[in-house]
Design a binder for this molecule. Structure first.
Ligand code: WT7
Length: 675
């Protein structure tokens, strides 16, 4: 573990008390997709990779695959090679013979006066085909081209994604809340000539003008060398244009008007090779700009389908609601691709969970008869705070609840189990990452007991282990924190970093691979970048990132990203971001900056820095506080000691600072911050 990471977290981990098990209700186990303990034996490491054939069998292939796993280009693994399939066909067409008139997507608009829309599989088929035809004809795209989608939580977002998949186009969805600059970065890196957007959407009771942001994104992208030739603009209200930014002649097409030309159009799904990329999803890393995690078609689809069945226990008769945003990986895998591949009914809610009051979620759950509820600890913390008694007022009954994105405190877990699960729902704490496509650790809900605060063992097929600094595996029950790694490849893992193979290899395998040329997967453990401990029962407790990544409300922000944004303000000499513990969000970024010689601190500079961050990244990266300090605490070699700043911000122990180049600055900053 890096020096920076040897913080209080990992020390205290070993002092946490062991929590007691909770057992799944018999009623749940009886109906669970996976409830036979004997099946788990088939997932032992000796049986890798053959056990993944069963995952691929959950899909419909045009051409059967020949090899489960191909290691010839290690560690860029290939899955189900020789096979051909289409993700859109698997999520839609194949369900039509038996589920055509079943709801695929329930869209709940934020304003409660607006009706919930129920889109059947047949309707989804029609909408995806028509939009795919429009996309193909107007934007002149061919297989493998990238298409950026910058949209909020509306049903047209998965329709756009599935249309891309149908045509063999690689979509790159940019989280709706990201700024024009963040959107432009992704357009440039992915080389997208087409941007799909919407005029406006509701959030916290306000109709937000969204298209105006994407006009700016197009300008920034062009300045960065990537021209957006076509922008397709959906309308939040049919037949009504709700943005102050008018369509740009020659570039923009208002989808609603244009779509009329495609009524009745059908598009044959492209037969994609299993290893052809399906989408890119950008995520924050240790250095520089976000990296494009490239996910493949066959491996990814097989993995998310199997996980949606085994762990989320989705059956076609379930109503499944995941409150994540489709703009993140959770939404891709577990709102769109996994649930739809299983013929499930998936809920999309446009707005914020507490609008207009803390009962909103529970009204949606009650009115739609939601049976599976998937959310994040940060949402649970906030619902517990603003409306602890609210769930009792509504008639809903979940059979399963899932959490994702960050560790959940046992106390919060118990409230969730008691008040929202009403003591009847099974809970899975799913640990994974943008890079991994689907779950790494979780209990199998129909088999294993739950333990508050622990994600559980590796999911069937995944063999995690805790590695120490030297690459030794710490045995279960070692009571020592280390780096959680995955010993075996799995089909859901990203294929590479878009356009940057070296970064992929160095970042995820550089630390523990000793034989660079090896074609043996055993030589390539995948490093997650998280610290964890494993208890004697094999369960993992995740402690958080060991690298320069901050987890805010379950979303990853790179410290470098925030710091680089701050550095764009001319007066700033140095910037350092630290994570501060936050009751609801888990953590929040706090920023320290020092100024160039001759510049004096002022509220204006502070505001400039705050604005630069919101412009470069988005509101999500807003810092709790920006401290303008006379100097940064530094080592003799000039390295900024973020650990010391972090301790100051968290009112913790700064430790021994005598070896710093400027120890006196520590007290000075402490006085400033404690005021
Ligand atoms: C990081 C990945 C995976 C979708 C959402 C976030 C943290 C994720 C858990 C969990 C403890 C968790 C890790 C991980 N994390 N799930 N159940 N318990 N920590 O995806 O933005 O790629 O972030 O989130 O630190 O590395 P992401």
């Amino acid at each position: 573990m890096s020096k920076e990471a040897e913080g209080a977290d990992n020390q205290s981990a070993t002092r946490w008390k062991e929590e007691e098990y909770f057992y799944p209700a018999k009623e749940f186990t009886a109906q669970a997709n996976l409830n036979d303990q004997a099946v788990l034996a088939g997932f032992s490491l000796e049986k890798f990779p053959d056990y993944y054939a069963g995952f691929a069998d959950m899909l419909t292939w045009y051409k059967p695959w020949q090899k489960v796993f191909d290691a010839s280009d290690a560690p860029l693994w290939k899955w189900f090679t020789g096979g051909e399939l289409n993700a859109s066909f698997n999520c839609i067409d194949r369900h039509l013979p038996h589920l055509a008139n079943k709801t695929a997507i329930h869209f709940a608009p934020e304003p409660e006066g607006e009706k919930i829309e129920h889109i059947t599989y047949q309707e989804l088929f029609v909408k995806v085909n028509e939009f795919a035809a429009l996309l193909r004809d107007t934007a002149k795209l061919k297989r493998g081209d990238r298409v950026a989608i910058h949209m909020p939580m509306v049903a047209e977002l998965p329709i756009a994604m599935l249309a891309c998949a149908r045509l063999g186009l690689i979509h790159t969805v940019v989280f709706g809340g990201f700024s024009s600059s963040a959107c432009a970065d992704r357009v440039i890196d992915s080389g997208s000539r087409v941007l799909i957007t919407i005029d406006a959407y509701y959030r916290s009771g306000k109709l937000i003008d969204h298209k105006v942001i994407d006009d700016e994104a197009c300008q920034l992208a062009a300045a960065g060398g990537q021209k957006v030739e076509t922008m397709l603009v959906w309308q939040r209200f049919a037949g009504k244009y709700s943005s102050a930014a008018p369509p740009v002649a020659g570039r923009d097409i208002v989808v609603g008007d244009e779509l009329k030309k495609y009524y009745g159009a059908r598009v044959e799904p492209e037969k994609m090779r299993s290893e052809d990329p399906l989408f890119l999803m950008y995520t924050s890393g240790t250095t520089g700009k976000p990296k494009g995690c490239q996910h493949g078609t066959g491996g990814y689809m097989a993995y998310v389908t199997a996980m949606s069945g085994m762990i989320l226990d989705i059956h076609p008769e379930d109503c499944y609601w995941c409150t994540a945003d489709i703009g993140w990986i959770t939404g891709h895998s577990f709102i769109v691709y996994g649930p739809l591949a299983l013929g499930g009914s998936t809920v999309i809610y446009e707005g914020v969970p507490t609008y207009p009051d803390a009962g909103r979620n529970w009204r949606i759950a009650q009115d739609l008869g939601v049976t599976i509820f998937h959310t994040a600890p940060t949402a649970i913390r906030s619902l517990r705070k603003v409306g602890p008694d609210e769930p009792k007022k509504y008639q809903f009954k979940f059979k399963l609840m899932a959490t994702v994105g960050e560790p959940i405190e046992p106390e919060v877990w118990r409230w969730f189990e008691r008040e929202i699960g009403k003591g009847q729902a099974v809970i899975v704490d799913t640990y994974w990452q943008t890079e991994t496509g689907g779950f790494l650790c979780s209990t199998v809900p129909g088999i294993a007991p739950m333990k508050p605060g622990s994600a559980g063992p590796g999911v069937p097929g995944i063999h995690p282990a805790i590695f120490d600094e030297e690459g030794n595996v710490l045995p279960p029950g070692a009571e020592k924190a280390g780096n959680i790694c995955i010993r075996n490849p799995w089909p859901g893992c990203m294929q590479t970093v878009w356009g940057d193979r070296d970064r992929f290899v160095a970042n995820y395998f550089g630390r523990y691979n000793t034989k660079r040329d090896s074609k043996d997967w055993r030589d390539w453990p995948y490093m997650t970048g998280d610290g964890a401990i494993q208890t004697a029962d094999g369960y993992f407790r995740i402690l958080g990132r060991i690298d320069d990544v901050i987890n805010v409300s379950g979303h990853r922000l790179g410290t470098k990203e925030i710091e680089s944004a701050a550095m764009m303000v001319p007066e700033i000499a140095e910037a350092a971001v630290v994570a501060v513990a936050h009751e609801i969000k888990g953590s929040e970024p706090e920023l320290y900056v020092s100024l160039k010689p001759g510049v004096s601190p002022s509220p204006e500079i502070e505001k400039k820095v705050a604005d630069a961050i919101v412009f470069q990244i988005g509101k999500i990266a807003k810092c709790r506080k920006i401290w303008i300090v006379p100097d940064m605490p530094k080592t003799r070699s000039g390295k900024i000691m973020r650990r010391v700043l972090g301790a100051i911000s968290n009112k913790g122990d700064v430790g021994n600072t005598s070896t710093l180049a400027n120890p006196e600055i520590v007290t000075e900053i402490q006085n400033m911050v404690s005021k």
